[in-house]
Design a binder for this molecule. Structure first.
Ligand SMILES: NC(=O)C1=CN([C@@H]2O[C@H](COP(=O)(O)OP(=O)(O)OC[C@H]3O[C@@H](n4cnc5c(N)ncnc54)[C@H](O)[C@@H]3O)[C@@H](O)[C@H]2O)C=CC1
Ligand SMILES: CC(=O)[C@H](N)C(=O)O
Length: 357
């Protein structure tokens, strides 16, 4: 039993917190919505560079601060502000937020599924401790916080076709476990502290920029190999089907979801879907552009097991209904665009093709 005085103190503290929260909500609550300064973590990754370009085109180059723990190219340094920020260093993170009067964080730093299984301590640190540092900071300074989740947040016990927004989530990768943690922590901080947390569960993202250690990377690799070598050895079986999205749609979803008025959002975590395909289907479609292209298969048991535990189709009815999500790239349009974009990728810097071979 707790002594009466202890319970009284707790009750008084709760009333103070409630009072402060009410004041905060009456004053508008949440983060600044107009003309925000946005910090992107993991900004040199597959999504980060293009996300930076899109947000800069909308809010102005100086308002978007790209950050990562990698060395930026000259093009990145010339395009707008870049800071070295390790999300495992809370003080360094806080300094960038304070010095630049950051309003929103788009938190993209992560260790992806396949890489995570090869280095579980690293994935735990980056995805769990890093997420914890980011959410504490966002809560302290009342920032809007966007964190992507993934099809990897589901597991073999989840319904696979379609996978509803709310369902069993028992992922079997450290990546998936850490993303479920991020989803739940974000929802909790939203309900407890009114943190403006927003999260989309993304399918595998297809883009011509090179991916960072995921299970869905094969799709990107196949386009590059078709162009540079004419053959591709796939690590998944021919009919392994998972949801995928073209990067333009993915970043448009993030950009649109970031500004949906708070009272329109019924949830803090939404599935979004665009298309589903398997390696054999993708190879056939690429052969329409490169008829001599050949695919062979050599299954990697780790990535195969991961993909077999993921959804085949995400049910995104709620995102469509609540804030108008609607993909513009279907499978055929994605392939055609990728074929064109990968050509541009190698035309811009022909030495890339030599490295790829
Ligand atoms: N690419 C995809 O298919 C999908 C990505 N996502 C999510 O989107 C986000 C971005 O993914 P990608 O750009 O593909 O990943 P990526 O692996 O290409 O980029 C992640 C970036 O995080 C950085 N990073 C790693 N440790 C860090 C640290 N301690 N401090 C700061 N930065 C650090 C890396 O240097 C890298 O540039 C991730 O949260 C990922 O889970 C979700 C679903 C699909
Ligand atoms: C789907 C993802 O989250 C990512 N591309 C991965 O394969 O790990």
């Amino acid at each position: 039993m707790f002594p009466r005085t202890f319970l009284k103190t707790i009750s008084a503290q709760q009333q103070t917190i409630r009072h402060l929260c009410n004041n905060h909500w009456q004053n508008g609550g949440g983060a600044k919505s107009e003309n925000p300064t946005i910090l992107i973590t993991g900004g040199l990754g597959q999504l980060g560079v293009e996300c930076g370009k899109l947000l800069r085109s909308q809010y102005g180059a100086k308002k978007i601060i790209l950050s990562d723990i990698r060395e930026p190219s000259n093009a990145i340094l010339q395009a707008g502000p870049y800071h070295f920020v390790d999300i495992l260093d809370p003080k360094g993170l806080e300094k960038v937020v304070v010095d630049n009067k950051v309003d929103w964080i788009v938190h993209l730093s992560a260790t992806l599924s396949a890489k995570g299984e090869l280095d579980i301590p690293l994935a735990t640190k980056v995805n769990i401790q890093g997420m914890h540092n980011i959410i504490e900071l966002a809560n302290h300074y009342k920032l809007r916080l966007f964190v992507p989740s993934t099809i990897g947040a589901f597991g073999p016990d989840s319904p696979r076709n379609p996978t509803p927004n709310i369902t069993v989530q028992r992922p079997r990768t450290i990546y998936g476990v850490s993303k479920v943690y991020a989803e739940l922590l974000g929802e909790y901080y939203h309900h407890k502290f009114n943190l403006d947390f927003r999260c989309l569960r993304l399918p595998g993202v297809v883009s011509c920029d090179l991916p960072g250690g995921g299970t869905t990377d094969y799709a990107i690799d196949m386009f590059h190999s078709a162009m540079t070598k004419g053959t591709y050895e796939c690590y998944l079986t021919p009919k392994t089907t998972v949801p995928m999205i073209y990067i333009t749609d993915c970043l448009r979803a993030i950009n649109e979801f970031l500004v949906v008025p708070t009272d329109t959002i019924q949830r803090r975590v939404y599935n979004i879907h665009a298309m589903s395909f398997h390696p054999e289907g993708l190879a056939k479609e690429i052969q329409n552009y490169y008829p001599a292209f050949e695919i062979t298969y050599k299954t990697d048991p780790i990535r195969q097991e991961i993909a077999d535990s993921w959804p085949e189709v995400l049910d995104d009815t709620e995102a469509r209904k609540d804030w108008g999500w609607n993909p513009k790239y279907d499978f055929k349009k994605m392939v055609q665009t990728m074929v064109d974009q990968v050509k541009v990728f190698y035309d811009e810097e022909p030495q890339r093709a030599k490295v790829a071979q």
